[in-house]
Design a protein around this ligand. Structure first.
Ligand SMILES: Nc1ncnc2c1ncn2[C@@H]1O[C@H](COP(=O)(O)OP(=O)(O)OP(=O)(O)O)[C@@H](O)[C@H]1O
Ligand SMILES: [Mg+2]
Length: 326
């Protein structure tokens, strides 16, 4: 079996991460689909997304200095607000501390929750720990303190394949399709733990993304970046998850395709799937999400409805960048 054919979790992962056998795990560089390099350096947080395509030109905008932390004195009230809000959460993290190297914490006590049916966005500067939070939730890195809870059950430390079986789906930031496999085979990989689900899940997914059904025999490697993103989402949806974790689904896509991703994400959410969406296109993300979190240095610096965050002068100044004022 070549690296491309192997389920993502069986491919090489950074030494510091746990290896999993679940779909959607980070994959080694050998499986990187051509032309889908991560636009990590192109963080157009304030570029206006589909509503302002003239500014989504791929210019690199330095991430604002990470000075937007809530003060220590604000922490207690933030935490009690989190406690109140998260009382009936579908999935929550409480004071999660995690990192890749012993003694170097990337997440520094992260409180987060998503309710049933919600679409929650996570934005923040490069290196803030957004991807790390998703990896911690999905059991790909060790949580040293705090807890992750799904429907009241402590799922901290469970492996990705166990989480998939419990209804958590994950679409990683990069390398999220098997290029040498067809669309249909990619979707089959999504249910490799429960092959009997294939028929029903295929109908569910192609109902949401009809193009995937129409082009089921096409190799994923020959698809555009946007189409591949649909395959990756489709694969994660094959297990009909109750919550879907999306890591920068619009990264590296043209403004038109970015818009398609946001529309599809909303559609997935309306189909009853709760969504946690990390996004570099912060403005567009906040426009479509029910609630948003600004993550900074491994902590949630701000939390509010997407609408409130997008209009918050502090958030604009510190995280949405100068373009957001235009
Ligand atoms: N596999 C790894 N091993 C060691 N350190 C890592 C690893 N992955 C990420 N880091 C470090 O963890 C920190 C947070 O990274 P993370 O990928 O979570 O940031 P992010 O908020 O998703 O940033 P971006 O917007 O660039 O995607 C960074 O300092 C990064 O260098
Ligand atoms: Mg990231």
């Amino acid at each position: 079996m070549t690296d491309e054919q192997r389920p993502p979790g069986e491919q090489s992962t950074p030494d510091t991460e746990q290896t999993t056998g679940a779909p959607g795990s980070p994959v080694g560089p050998s499986a990187a689909p051509a032309g889908e390099t991560q636009a990590a350096a192109v963080k157009d947080a304030g570029s206006g997304g589909a509503h302002d395509p003239s500014q989504a030109d791929g210019t690199t905008e330095a991430a604002p200095a990470a000075t937007g932390h809530a003060r220590a004195s604000d922490r207690a009230s933030d935490h009690s607000e989190h406690e109140r809000g998260a009382a009936n959460a579908l999935l929550r993290t409480d004071g999660v501390v995690a990192g890749y190297v012993p003694g170097v914490n990337i997440l520094n006590g992260c409180d987060f929750y998503v309710d049933d049916g919600e679409l929650v966005g996570i934005i923040g500067p490069n290196g803030a720990g957004k991807s790390t939070l998703l990896k911690a939730i999905f059991g790909l890195i060790k949580v040293s303190e705090g807890a992750i809870t799904l429907r009241g059950e402590n799922i901290t430390g469970l492996k990705a394949n166990e989480l998939v079986a419990k209804g958590v789906g994950f679409v990683p930031q990069t390398n999220n399709v098997f290029p040498s496999l067809t669309i249909e085979e990619n979707l089959e990989m999504g249910v490799f733990q429960s092959p009997k689900k294939f028929k029903q899940s295929f109908e569910f997914v192609t109902g949401l993304f009809p193009a995937l059904g129409d082009r089921r025999s096409q190799r994923a490697g020959s698809l555009s970046g946007g189409e591949r993103q649909m395959v990756a989402m489709g694969r994660a949806l094959m297990m009909e998850p109750s919550v879907l974790l999306l890591d920068e689904p619009s990264a590296g896509l043209s403004p038109a395709l970015q818009d398609e991703v946001f529309v599809r994400t909303r559609q997935i959410n309306r189909a009853g799937v709760s969504v946690i969406m990390v996004e570099q296109n912060a403005r567009r993300c906040l426009q479509i999400c029910d609630r948003g979190y600004v993550l900074d240095q491994g902590r949630n610096a701000y939390t509010a409805s997407g609408k409130d965050l997008i209009n918050d002068p502090k958030v604009i100044e510190l995280y949405l960048g100068t373009l957001a004022k235009a």
